[in-house]
Design a protein around this ligand. Sequence first.
Ligand code: PMP
Length: 380
Amino acid sequence: MMMRSIDEFVSHRALGIDASGIRKVFDLAAKMPDPINLSIGLPDFDVPEAGKTAAIQAIESGQNRYTQTQGIAPLRQALRQRLSAEMGRDLGDVLITSGVSGALLLVIMAVCDPGDEVIVLDPFFVMYKHLLTMAGAKAVLVDTYPDFGFPAEKVAAAITPRTKMLMLNSPCNPTGMVMSQQQVDDAVRIARQHGLLILSDEIYEPFLYDQRQANPGTPLPSPARDYDRTILLRGFSKSHAMTGWRLGYAAGPAQIIAQMTKLQQYTFVCAPSPLQYAALAVVDSPMEQARSAYQRKRDIAYDLLSKRFQVNRPDGAFYIFPKAPDGITASDFCTKAIANNVLIIPGNVFSTRDTHFRISYATTDERLAEGCRILCSLAG
Ligand code: PMP
């Protein structure tokens, strides 16, 4: 009998995913004693005190068992109310998930059959493409360079009879761009015309800069307001610096949320129990301090980098996506930056192009400025 080698046990599904680009950066980082790390999407503030206290209390008072698959009722209710007030309509049921990552997996598994097509704007959050590959679906990439807006005509032209869903991510990782109301309206018009679902990943919703600076109540333009075939995803990782707590949520059409709930029952089971209680304690805490701190960091990064690089001014999230200097690929420029102690990520991790690089400005003002100055000095 032929014995399989260990490598032969690996599924085609797993082999279809190539995470080498980002792994290379993290492997290099591990070898550097004290890098200026502008590579990761981690908030540089900590969980609000009220959240920590509530988490400890929840553990001590025995909230350590499975919750209902869909999450604890008071948290779901609080989120549903907040979303209804913001959107001017009831979005339907809310499912608490293990991070927005968990929600993304569940939506894709609930919606996509093998061969189905999903439109993804390029550059994209790295997980989208891989999750779609895992589900046997096809990410149809639509290029948004150089301004990273919403190219309505190109999106419309990419639709085929197999297209099921349009994925949006505003504020965007990796570009930091925020869709305008006009762009959201264009996306909704196209989705409506072709009967598509919209998956709107709004994990960075609290981090909206100039628009909210001028008027603190300004809502993020969202397709969920007008289009009832939107599945809205938001979470606590970025807003409340809880990346390790694994909490996110999904709201949208009841039939899809019900299928996601069924799939959660047989995969994640539920989001972490005590931390759902902790999230309830901070769901209404004001985020203005963190928002304005990030806006300041955005200004530091943009003001320095725009002197030497071609770069769009981002209005949200905590990323900026400059173009590498002429004559060098983004990968080679990143290697050069890493040799100079600055960790950044080449754009080809998030894109079919290798022309830009991503900076996360979620670090101290001093390190950010130092890192940006080094990058400028490498731009020649
Ligand atoms: N969506 C986007 C656009 C992200 O940047 C991230 C995290 N980097 C996620 C989803 C997943 O976040 P989490 O699973 O921590 O909620």
